[in-house]
Design a protein around this ligand. Sequence first.
Ligand SMILES: [Zn+2]
Length: 373
Amino acid sequence: MKIAARLSIMLCAAGLLPVVAGAAGSYTLADFAALPKIDVHVHINSADPALVEQAAADGFRLITINVDYPDFPPLPQQRSLATGLVAAHPETLAWVASFEMRGWDEAGWQQRVLGELGTAFADGAIGVKVWKNIGMEFRDRAGQLVMIDDPKFDPIFAFVRERGRVLVGHQGEPHNCWLPLAQMTVNNDREYFREHPQYHMFLHPELPSYEQQMAARDRMLARNPQLRFMGAHMASLEWSVDELARFLDRHPNAVVDLAARMGQVQYQSNLDRDKVRRFFIRYQERLLYGSDLTQEPDASAAATRKDAHEVWLRDWRYLTTDTVQQVPELDAPVRGLALPRNVIRRIYARNAERWFGAAWKARPAVAIADAPR
Ligand SMILES: [Zn+2]
């Protein structure tokens, strides 16, 4: 008997896991649309409701995340797109706000950001995103890169915590970012860093190392132990379930989303499927499903819906069944994890409800009552 199965049976007997692991206790493709799910990491940069409509058809609620990213529309525009869509589809969509680093050296920067976030929370934002520009790109007046553990962020993180919101942090990049293109483990990283050489750290050895980025993030978390944190993209520890396990053990108030890193999970499960499966079962309360689906301003509704459905179905097939499938991120076929139903329900909905739920429910009633139907 496999160790994972034996462990599950022991835990079931102890009443800790009310499901039987293995194919018999798994969902199937036919269950996909019916199970209520949450994708905690998408970017809707368009007023077109195509992605929201596909989500509703596929049984998803969505969290659309604003990011201070030059490839995206300016933040004020992202914010108004998000609040407009949330007002129209409050049953399906919630949003996470962000803030700009511009003006960092000016005396009023903190007050301005706190004011903007207060407005965003009043408009229903359930979290705040900090991005890799902090640590990799933004420099202060003295020409120094600003890292995420800079004490100047502390009042902002305290405000996020006091208001019961979640800090969503994308610090550093996948480990592949520090490798040459040919050594990267997944096709999507190779493609992204080929197209964005400015973020390909292998080309910028003068910038902080992967380890320095992770250490700055961990120091910030250690200093803010009460802050509810969601590490975007598996907290940039996507390359090793062992490293990610250590991170989750060290930071009990942190969870991670799986957005755009399923390929790295699959790369590892192709090497040792039982180990990856054990990790998902052991940390089932700390992993949140996310895709990183991005709806561009000019994307066609049909293409948006088709792409989203395919990505969601591919991930569902991998996590819930033991089917072998071809995925775009890897050249080798991938066998699914066939995770137990209870684990799937946590990863796909319950964890997000627990993490964001209070703020999600605290959305002003007026926004719902006024929503056009
Ligand atoms: Zn993203």
